[in-house]
Every structure is written in C-alpha cells, then in structure tokens.
Ligand binder design. Structure first.
Ligand code: T5A
Length: 226
C-alpha cells in the first residue's frame, strides 16, 4: 500500500500550508502525489462543505453534522483515495477521520463508539499510515485564521467552528493530544508554533524515512528521481 498521509489540528494550525509544501517536495523527488481535503475533495463533498461551514445555513444538530461529514468522507474514499492508493500514488489529505473523533466526539460530545463504527464502515478500513498533528495553542491558530479572513477580498466571514469560543478549541487540542497518546506509531505531534520552513523540514524527514522503508521493500513507484 502507498503512503496515506493526513494532516490534523486546531483551526489555523498550518495543516494546509504544510500539506502543500510536502506535495511540492514529493513531486520534486519524482513521486506521484494526490492531495485532497475534508470536508470536500469531490463535487458532492464540496457542496456539502458549503452547508457544513457556512454560518448562514441554518444551525445543524450535532448528529446531522456528523452524518454530513460522513457523506463527504464516504465519497472521498470511493472517488479519490481508494483509486489513488490502488494506482500506487501517495495520498495527502487535509483532515480525515481523526477530525470527526475530536470535533464531533470529544468536543461536541457525541458517542465515541458510534463514531468509531461509522468511521470504520465509511473508510472501508483505510487508515492513514502517518498522521501529522500540527500542535499549537488555539489562540495562535485562531489569530492566524482570523488574520487570513481579514485580508480576504471576498467571503470575509468566519466559518461555523471559527465562531466557537477558545474553550471549545482547547478541547479540540486536548482531544488531538489524547489521540496521539493512543496511536504513537501512526500519529506524529509536530510543534506548529515555529517557522514554516523549520516545520516543513521535520515533516519531510519523517515522510522520507517511511518512503525509504517502502522503497527498500521494492514498492518504489516514482518515474524519475532528480
Ligand atoms: N471538521 C472537519 C469537523 O468538525 N469534523 C470532521 O470530520 C472534519 C473532516 C474544516 C472544519 O471542519 C471541521 C474542522 C474545521 O473546523 P477548514 O476551512 O478546512 O474547515 O478549516 P481548517 O481545517 O481549520 O483549515 P484552515 O485553513 O483554517 O487552517 P490550517 O489549514 O490549519 O492553516 P493554514 O495552513 O491554512 O494556515 C492558516 C494561516 O496561517 C499562516 C498561513 O500562511 C495562513 O495565512 N501560517 C503560519 N503563520 C505563522 N507560522 C506558521 N508556522 C504558519 N503556518 C501557517
């Protein structure tokens, strides 16, 4: 199986920035990479994303929210992730099932066992090989997210979660750190409160170590390697 790498963390922790930099780096090394995101990444998923994040759409009951995130994931796994892994491409994903455990489970308080069952069915058992948790204090992440909103020309608006108070976001951060303790092999906690280039170097080091292991086992699927 090709590497399936996910990026997680509080709002504005720098996941998207790091995922894009890793994609560029891996492509430069000659790898075939598919980068996607949740919620979204498919035509259906992007439409549902608009419902999930748009605060103008009427309030969502917690179970409705969970099921809508699940719709996005089921579609993304089928349409994008599974086919790409089958083609031996490296898949990078901005958020995945850990987000549901933390946001809908730990923070919203929905039943964790039900979430685990649902995740297992809709992901068809596909689990990330590495998950990076970009750890930073929620105050810093929210500040970055709000700064970005304020410099946007259009859509000058917070999303549903950016409206939540700092206490809610602290629960999210604690939830991620709790998950990391339960899955030390898969989950790597990265200090996200540093220079972007320093964080990138750490991430590349971890990914390359895993790729070296795979390639050594004859799984190399690159076309060229400069
Ligand atoms: N959600 C999602 C659930 O509740 N359940 C689920 O199952 C799933 C899948 C997704 C929302 O949905 C929720 C969680 C989320 O609330 P989103 O718009 O994708 O919504 O929101 P986020 O995932 O939080 O993404 P953001 O784009 O807000 O934040 P990122 O990706 O963490 O941060 P990034 O890289 O875009 O950076 C934000 C800003 O900070 C700067 C960047 O340049 C950018 O301006 N930055 C840094 N500045 C200083 N130092 C650094 N190290 C920096 N790194 C980035």
């Amino acid at each position: 199986m090709s590497p399936f790498i996910t990026f997680e963390g509080v709002e504005g922790c720098g996941k998207t920035t790091q995922m894009e930099m890793l994609k560029e780096h891996l492509e430069w090394k000659g790898c075939q990479v598919v980068a996607t995101r949740e919620p979204g990444g498919t035509e259906l998923g992007e439409k549902v994303r608009n419902i999930l994040l748009n605060i103008d759409v009427h309030p969502l009951a917690p179970w409705s929210e969970l099921l809508l995130y699940s719709v996005c994931r089921a579609q993304l796994v089928n349409e994008v992730i599974k086919p790409a892994l089958k083609d031996k491409k490296i898949v990078l994903c901005d958020r995945f099932s850990d987000s549901t455990i933390v946001y809908q489970g730990y923070a919203r308080g929905l039943n964790l066992e039900a979430i685990a069952h649902l995740n297992k069915w809709i992901t068809e058992g596909i689990m990330p090989s590495i998950t990076f948790i970009m750890d930073c204090p929620p105050e810093i992440g929210l500040r970055r997210a709000l700064d970005r909103i304020n410099t946007r020309k259009e859509g000058n608006k917070e999303d549903r979660f950016e409206r939540e108070n700092v206490e809610f976001h602290k629960k999210i951060r604690d939830g991620y750190l709790r998950l990391a303790k339960e899955s030390t092999d898969r989950i790597k906690v990265i200090n996200g409160d540093r220079e972007i280039s320093v964080i990138h170097k750490d991430i590349c080091g971890i990914v390359e170590k895993q790729l070296d292991g795979l390639w050594a086992r004859g799984n190399r699927q690159t076309s060229t390697n400069p």
